[in-house]
Design a protein around this ligand. Structure first.
Ligand code: ATP
Ligand code: MG
Length: 570
């Protein structure tokens, strides 16, 4: 394509609204423009990068035996009522009525629609296994759309759904997708890791997330330095060794702690370690207040809390909500005699003679023991793991790193097929529920994640497989016939060699063109300028390494063709 004829509205200034680098660079490089919160237009180069991801995903899904279809974005609410998700999915599901007052929603995911297709179209074990996928626009009314394509409200996802006769067969389908995902992200040229994950509102029993490793990732990944263990922090199980009681239970005492509300302040005032104190935090679980106990120096992991309580949503209560529920100001809450339901982190169960709030302003209690002094509804793993904890699988040392979730594979089991009564006939003529799996790739997020992982102060550094063009040829003498002819010829020859090339034919200064080329992140930049007139050679610069080489246009075509095809065949 010719730069002069292509819509590439690059910006010099960094747009103030963009907080993360991929968002800033995609705006500056003229890849995307915001229409409204979390909703973007994909301009030609942005779309080209998105299509690269789509093509890789499509090829690998087909290779794994999945079949492409396309489901509607508008879905009837009835299907969601059948699975119970009309309520459970919450405000992320955008709901509306049509002119006949029929309740509808915009698809954030398609388990309901695909299960409806399965129950109508798949009848026998002979129809199975089957895996159906689509690449389609999703809408989720995210509470905080941000970071451009990283967390949009409207975004492109590849979603696949597998149907099997048994759990065993479903495991095979899952493994196939897991392997396909590994190939997809390897082919995209990204550094990634597959990690154990929580299943979230999609439901099901078993899942892995594929994380692109990048400092700006919203997820924290826990990795073992000794074994293969890798998990999303929200999922990583804390293993607590059983402890024998050593101290005798001492008598409960009320002590004055005037104005001391925060853990640090209380500990400093009492001259104790935070590990001797138990924090009482009030969360709203689907709106109902619950007190959660964790050691003073620990953090509650909300996903674990949600799972223990079986809640769709948990949220920390604010001061007023805490007071309304307990009659106690925050900072002085404790489990002894509290009016609401209490759950405790497993670690608290092995603590002895510890400190808690006294449920009275300016007072704490000393020598509390859980089994003697408190009524606890449930005890479980409720806190965030730390790198001081042992690996839950081998006991080895843990490390953490940041990641961006670009893919998620789930074993769903029969949850959806049971609630929607989707069955097939097995070999013995018996009706059975499909055993399902579902598998998502955030196509638009992959492009953003690739940029988060690959950029420098001058702009994007695309991995070759995702770049909108592999090569940009800069005509550095648009008013010079020799230079222009050489640039035009090279442009044609590269195209003939099957290379995707952009010709910068604008009447602009070289420095201006260099800046744009760097910003766009095109892997190879070829300068055709005065040097060519002198030596017959052009200069090629590798965007990633910064290496510059000189060669004749003829050898350039051969060299680039080889480098590009080797990067594409990984
Ligand atoms: P997250 O935890 O980031 O909200 P999720 O668990 O809700 O993601 P899934 O339901 O598993 O996401 O969706 C499959 C994939 O779709 C995700 O792995 C992610 O790559 C992508 N995705 C999800 N939400 C968004 C979004 N708001 N914007 C862009 N991509 C998204
Ligand atoms: Mg989400």
């Amino acid at each position: 394509m010719r730069y002069s004829k292509t819509l590439i509205p690059t910006l010099k200034e960094t747009p103030a609204e963009a907080e993360v680098i991929s968002h800033r660079l995609m705006l500056r490089a003229g890849f995307i423009r915001k229409l409204t919160a979390g909703v973007y237009s994909y301009l030609p180069l942005g779309l080209a990068a998105i299509r690269k991801v789509e093509n890789i995903v499509r090829e690998e899904m087909n290779r794994a035996g999945a079949q492409e279809l396309l489901m509607p974005m508008v879905q009837p609410a009835d299907l969601w009522v059948e699975t119970g998700r009309y309520k459970k999915y919450g405000p992320e599901l955008l709901r509306f009525h049509d002119r006949h007052n029929r309740e509808s929603c915009l698809g954030p995911t398609h388990e309901e629609v695909i299960t409806d297709i399965a129950r109508k179209e798949l009848h026998s074990y002979r129809d199975l296994p089957i895996n159906l996928y689509q690449i389609q626009t999703k809408f989720r009314d995210e509470i905080r759309p941000r970071f451009g394509l990283m967390r949009g409200r409207e975004f492109v996802m590849k979603d696949a759904y597998s149907f099997d006769v048994s759990d065993e067969a479903a495991s095979l389908s899952y493994q196939k997708m897991y392997d396909a995902y590994k190939r997809i992200f390897t082919r995209c040229g990204l550094e990634f890791r597959a990690v154990q994950a929580d299943s979230g509102s999609i439901g099901g029993s078993f899942s892995h997330e594929f994380m692109v490793l990048a400092k700006t990732g919203e997820d924290t990944i826990v990795i073992c330095k000794n074994c293969e263990f890798a998990a999303n922090m929200e999922k990583a199980a804390v293993v607590v060794a059983p402890k024998e009681r050593v101290e005798p239970m001492a008598e409960l005492e009320k002590i004055e702690t005037p104005g001391k509300r925060k853990v640090e302040a209380v500990c400093e005032f009492l001259g104790i370690e935070a590990s001797k104190l138990v924090k009482t935090m009030v969360f709203k679980a689907d709106g109902v207040p619950v007190a959660v106990l964790v050691r003073g120096d620990r953090d509650v992991e909300e996903v674990k809390l949600k799972n223990l309580l079986g809640a769709a949503d948990v949220e920390l209560a604010d001061d007023k909500e805490v007071f309304d529920a307990t009659g106690v100001p925050t900072g002085y809450l404790g489990p002894v005699g509290i009016k609401i339901k209490v759950v405790a982190d497993q670690e608290v169960a092995s603590m002895e003679n510890f400190y808690v709030g006294a449920n009275e302003k300016n007072f704490h209690l000393k020598n509390v023991n859980l089994d003697r002094d408190c009524t606890i509804e449930a005890i479980g793993d409720l806190r965030q793991i730390t790198t001081a904890d042992p690996c839950p699988e081998c006991g080895g040392q843990l490390a953490t790193t940041e990641g961006i979730e670009v893919g998620h594979v789930f074993k769903l089991g029969t949850g959806y097929s049971e609630s929607m009564n989707a069955t097939f006939q097995d070999q013995h003529g018996k009706e059975k529920h499909f055993v399902m799996g579902c598998y998502g790739v955030g196509v638009t997020r992959v492009v953003a994640a690739a940029i988060e992982q690959n950029h420098d102060e001058n702009g994007i550094i695309f991995p070759i497989p995702l770049a909108p063009f592999s090569v940009v040829v800069l005509n550095l003498g648009v008013n010079d016939k020799v230079i222009t002819d050489a640039a035009e010829k090279l442009y044609g020859d590269l195209q003939k060699a099957g290379i995707e090339v952009l010709l910068d034919d604008r009447d602009e200064r070289p420095g201006f063109k260099f800046k744009d080329a760097d910003l766009l992140g095109i892997p190879f930049r070829v300068n055709v300028g005065k040097g060519f007139v002198k030596s017959g050679q052009v200069e090629v610069k590798n965007r990633k390494t910064g290496d510059v080489e000189e060669m004749t246009p003829e050898s350039l075509v051969t060299v680039l063709k080889k480098r590009i095809s080797s990067a594409l065949s990984s």
